[in-house]
Design a protein around this ligand. Structure first.
Ligand code: IPM
Ligand code: MN
Length: 345
C-alpha cells in the first residue's frame, strides 16, 4: 500500500490556521489505501525567541526523513528582518537543493484582478532557487563611511542554469501551448545573461516542439500587466523570479490564492510547499485568513509525489469554490470545509 510521510511546519501568524485547512483537504482527497503520516515541527518566531535557534543540524536531519514538507508561514515583526528568512527559509532551499521554485499563476473564474477586462492568465514561473544574488556571496569595505563599497555577487553556474532550464522545457513540453519564455537582462548582464541565453538556446534544440521566446525582465513587467496571456512557462533567475512572481500574484487574484513549491526534482531531499503569502500577524487567530493558497500548494505537493488525479481534484474544487462563492465573507475554517467537501466527491 502507498504512504506519504509529510513534515508539517505551521509556523507563525496565520500559518497554523491555513495549514490546518490544507491538511483537512489533503486527508479528504487521498484515497483510502494511501496512508498519510504527518509530523509537526515548531520552527518559527516562538522557537527562535525561546532558544535563539532557527534550524539546527538535528532539525535538518529530522526533516530529511520526510518525503515532502508543508509550510504555513514563518516570520514575525518581533524578529529582526532577515534572521528567519536566511536562517530558515533560504537555509532549507540551499540545504535541500530546492533549485526549482515553482509558482503557477491562474486567474480563476470569479476572481478579481486589477487588470482591465478578464484576461486569460494561465502561466507558471520556474524560478531558479539556489543561485543568483541569494547565495550571500558578497562583502563590504570601508563600512559605515561615505566610501563604503558593498558587493552582492550573482552566482550562476552552467550546472545550475542548465538543470533549471531543462526542468522548465520539460514543463513547457507537457502543457498544451508548449511555450517557454526566458526572462533575463542580457543587454546589461553580460556574463550571467549570456550564460542563461546560451544554455537556453542549446537546450531548446532538444525540445523542437517548444516555442521559445526571450524578454528582458523590465519589459516582462509590462507584458505581465498589458498582455499576460502571452505567457505559458517562464524561466528566470532567483531574484528576477522573486520580483515577477509577486507581480504575477497581484494580477492573478492576489496572494490569497498564490501557491508555490520549492522543489528538488530528483527527490533526493524533501521538497517544500508553501503559500506565497507571509504570516500576516495582523489578522492571525481571527479566522480571516484565506487558506486557498495553502490548499493549492497541497495540490502542487501531490503532483510532485505523483498523485496527479488528486492534485487536479483539488484545483477543480478551488475553481468551483471561487466561481460559486457568495458575497458573505467566509471564515478560514468554512473555506477549508467547503473545499474538503468538494474533493471528497
Ligand atoms: C519569497 C520570499 C523570500 C524570497 C524571502 C522571504 C527571503 O520573498 O519566497 O518569494 O526572497 O525568496
Ligand atoms: Mn518573494
Amino acid at each position: 500500500s502507498r504512504s506519504i510521510n509529510l513534515a508539517v511546519i505551521p509556523g507563525d501568524g496565520i500559518g497554523p490556521e491555513v495549514v490546518a485547512q490544507g491538511l483537512k483537504v489533503l486527508r479528504a482527497v487521498l484515497p483510502q489505501d494511501v496512508k498519510l503520516e504527518t509530523k509537526e515541527f515548531d520552527f518559527g518566531a516562538k522557537r527562535y525567541h525561546a532558544t535563539g535557534e532557527t534550524l539546527t543540524d538535528a532539525d535538518v536531519d529530522a526533516l530529511k526523513q520526510h518525503e515532502a514538507i508543508l509550510l504555513g508561514a514563518i516570520g514575525d515583526p518581533s524578529v529582526p528582518s532577515g534572521v528567519l528568512e536566511r536562517g530558515f527559509l533560504l537555509k532549507l532551499r540551499f540545504l535541500f537543493d530546492h533549485h526549482v521554485n515553482l509558482r503557477p499563476s491562474r486567474l480563476l473564474p470569479g476572481v478579481a484582478t486589477p487588470l482591465a477586462g478578464q484576461p486569460e492568465i494561465d502561466f507558471v514561473v520556474v524560478r531558479e532557487g539556489t543561485e543568483g544574488p541569494y547565495t550571500g556571496n558578497g562583502g563590504t569595505i570601508r563600512k559605515g563611511t561615505p566610501h563604503e563599497v558593498a558587493t552582492e555577487v550573482s552566482v550562476n553556474t552552467a550546472f545550475g542554469v542548465e538543470r533549471v532550464v531543462r526542468d522548465a522545457f520539460a514543463r513547457a513540453q507537457a502543457r498544451p501551448r508548449k511555450k517557454l519564455t526566458l526572462v533575463h537582462k542580457n543587454n546589461v548582464l553580460a556574463y550571467a545573461g549570456h550564460l542563461w541565453t546560451d544554455v537556453f538556446n542549446r537546450v531548446a534544440e532538444e525540445f523542437p516542439e517548444v516555442t521559445t521566446d526571450y524578454i528582458h525582465v523590465d519589459a516582462a513587467t509590462i507584458y505581465l500587466v498589458t498582455d499576460p496571456a502571452r505567457f505559458d512557462v517562464i524561466v528566470t533567475d532567483n531574484l528576477f523570479g522573486d520580483i515577477i512572481t509577486d507581480l504575477a500574484a497581484a494580477v492573478s487574484g492576489g496572494i490569497g490564492v498564490a501557491a508555490s513549491g520549492n522543489i528538488n526534482p530528483s527527490r533526493e531531499f524533501p521538497s517544500m510547499f508553501e503559500p506565497v503569502h507571509g504570516s500576516a500577524p495582523d489578522i492571525a487567530g481571527q479566522g480571516k485568513a484565506d487558506p486557498t493558497a495553502t490548499v493549492l500548494s497541497v495540490a502542487l505537493l501531490l503532483r510532485h509525489l505523483g498523485y496527479d488525479a488528486e492534485a487536479a481534484r483539488i484545483e477543480d474544487a478551488v475553481s468551483a469554490d471561487l466561481g460559486e462563492r457568495g458575497e458573505t465573507p467566509r471564515t478560514t475554517d468554512e473555506i477549508g470545509d467547503a473545499l474538503a467537501g468538494r474533493v471528497a466527491g
